[in-house]
Unconditional design. Structure first.
Length: 180
């Protein structure tokens, strides 16, 4: 996410795309459907509100301040004031159109991955990375499930590579054990 040059129109847009995929775990379709009206303050925190997710589910996604700053930077440079957040940027460096395709998102992710020598990755890999980073930072499984909009916790567990442990189980020492 640091590779795109933030003071160019294309760089600001591409960085905003990458940070929202990695910081909020959006699906590619959710990102292309994102409108400015979805970005709101809730409980003194930025959020993507009433986003139509996979299967027609409506969800709200917390948005870290650092992600909001990148989106704001793109909107300021791209003169985005209504409707879809992300627009095309032509070779001449001008924003046009009223949205981007999922192919554009794939192109952005692959372009910057190649520049870093990462190889072939997909936008969904950034979604999985978001889940793993949240888990590594101590995020609760249930909260990560909410963040990603998974109906089943098993899907979230697959993203994280979690397996139930019996040795050193989470309920071994919960503070109510009788003395031996």
């Amino acid at each position: 996410m640091q590779v795109p040059v933030p003071n160019t129109l294309k760089g600001a847009r591409d960085r905003a795309i990458l940070v929202i995929l990695l910081g909020c775990g959006l699906r590619c379709r959710e990102l292309t459907d994102l409108e400015l009206v979805h970005v709101q303050r809730r409980e003194d925190h930025w959020a993507i509100v009433d986003l139509i997710a996979k299967g027609g589910h409506v969800r709200t996604v917390p948005m870290p301040d650092w992600v909001n700053r990148q989106i704001h930077q793109w909107c300021k440079l791209g003169l985005v004031s209504a409707e879809k957040v992300f627009r095309c940027v032509c070779r001449a460096g001008k924003a046009w159109g009223d949205g981007i395709s999922e192919q554009t998102v794939w192109h952005v992710v692959r372009t910057y991955a190649a520049k870093l020598g990462i190889g072939r990755i997909a936008p969904h890999d950034l979604r999985r990375s978001c889940a793993r980073l949240c888990h590594g930072a101590g995020g609760e499984l249930e909260q990560i499930q909410f963040l990603l909009g998974h109906v089943s916790v098993q899907t979230t567990e697959r993203y994280l590579g979690c397996k139930q442990r019996f040795r050193g189980a989470v309920n071994d020492r919960i503070g109510i054990e009788p003395s031996p």
